[in-house]
Design a protein around this ligand. Structure first.
Ligand code: GAL
Length: 378
């Protein structure tokens, strides 16, 4: 498969212009004003990002016939995202200070032991009770180095002791949209004390197009390729055992294009009807930007490639979505997440790449979502 045509909008006087629009997006229950930024490129792709949780609320991309649709799950309004009942899905959010799980919510740095919330009993998940997905970030539109892209930068300062983590940490996320239909996410973070850092974006993707809970179809036919020869086996609480296992000849193998759901029911998991919830080890990690995943929806022809500087990528196939209002009405398997990140529970796993950053050390991550149209028939 090649990804030649990327769905040009017509070159007319009404052709979309590279732009950023800012609009109010409501108020949190605590009365904080939330803004939304719409990044538009010359092909008509629009990415919407709000200051609450630095959340990507919508990504409009064309299909093979040039029809645009939103391809990421979300709630209808700020109220949905901010409702404490609706925290579980983390739709579109930046997740931190530590994305994924930390066993029993405990870790040590030197002689200092730390205890975090065990909000995913018995473990800590996605930063705790009030993670970065649940706070209002400061945003500004920034000039990019190229005249082919637009960007918005969001910053959050997380206090020493917040959710049990040591150190005042400043985290900056730069979302950039360019005219090649690439959404780039650059993360930077620094702390004044040694602390674990593992950030990710938690978009739920459905390349066939997202409407409401009822109208959004399962992603069963999406074709996934992962450039990952190994994955991290987990225990029954989804904590890695510390081993790396080869995917060859197993249900975990996506090294060649494969319908994502072809082995859902056989994958042992927490959820009824199965599905994946596993961290894959990206081949040849050297901190450079490398292709980790390609997903294609045969019907619409939409393709998304993910390139990242991270060593791992969590494949989560929306196993816990259940059609209830707490999940925006979206049913099980109506989306997949591919969360670029360091490995789960790294602070307790000496053989995993470290996630502990000393005072003044700079955490950096770049992940790119590149959208195109498959040039082959399904
Ligand atoms: C994923 C995680 C799942 C689940 C989900 C949120 O990142 O792997 O186990 O917790 O977030 O519902």
């Amino acid at each position: 498969m090649t990804n030649g045509d990327d769905g040009n909008a017509d070159e007319t006087d009404n052709a979309p212009q590279l732009s950023v629009q800012q609009e109010p997006f409501g108020e949190t229950p605590a009365g904080e004003a939330v803004e939304q930024f719409l990044l538009t490129n010359k092909k008509g792709m629009v990415v919407s990002i709000m200051t609450y949780g630095a959340i990507v609320t919508s990504v409009q991309v064309p299909d093979k016939d040039g029809n645009f649709a939103n391809v990421t799950l979300g709630f209808d309004s700020l109220d949905g995202y901010a409702d404490p009942k609706n925290k579980d899905p983390y739709f579109g959010a930046i997740v931190g200070r530590y994305a994924n799980r930390i066993a029993a919510g405990k870790f040590s740095i030197g002689d200092d032991e730390y205890t975090l919330a065990t909000n995913n009993d018995p473990n800590h998940l996605h930063g705790g009770n009030v993670g970065y997905n649940d706070v209002v970030w400061i945003a500004r539109v920034v000039e990019t180095e190229s005249d082919d892209s637009v960007a918005v930068e969001l910053t959050y300062v997380s206090n020493d002791g917040e959710e049990g983590y040591p150190g005042n940490l400043t985290v900056t996320v730069l979302y950039t949209l360019n005219n090649d239909n690439e959404l780039r996410i650059d993360y930077t973070a620094t702390s004044d004390k040694a602390t674990p850092i593992n950030l990710t974006n938690h978009c739920y993707w459905n390349l066939a197009g997202v409407t409401d809970g009822e109208g959004t179809l399962p992603i069963l036919d999406h074709v996934l390729t992962l450039h990952c020869d190994n994955y991290l086996p987990v225990d029954e609480t989804l904590i890695p055992t510390g081993d790396k296992s080869a995917v060859a000849d197993t249900l975990m193998d996506f090294t060649s294009p494969m319908a994502i759901a072809s082995r859902f029911s056989e994958v042992k998991g927490e959820a009824e009807n199965g599905g994946y919830d596993h961290c894959y080890v990206i081949d040849g990690w050297d901190q450079s930007l490398r292709l980790a995943a390609t997903v294609r929806d045969p019907k619409s022809g939409r393709v998304m490639e993910i390139l990242t500087t991270e060593p791992g990528i969590q494949l989560y196939t929306g196993n816990f979505l259940d059609g209830e209002p707490e999940h925006g009405g979206f049913a099980q398997h109506t989306a997949f997440c591919l969360e670029a990140q360091h490995f789960p529970d790294s602070p307790n796993q000496p053989d995993f790449p470290t996630t502990i950053y000393g005072p003044g050390e700079v955490y950096k991550q770049t992940t790119v979502h590149r959208f195109s149209i498959a040039s082959v028939k399904p």
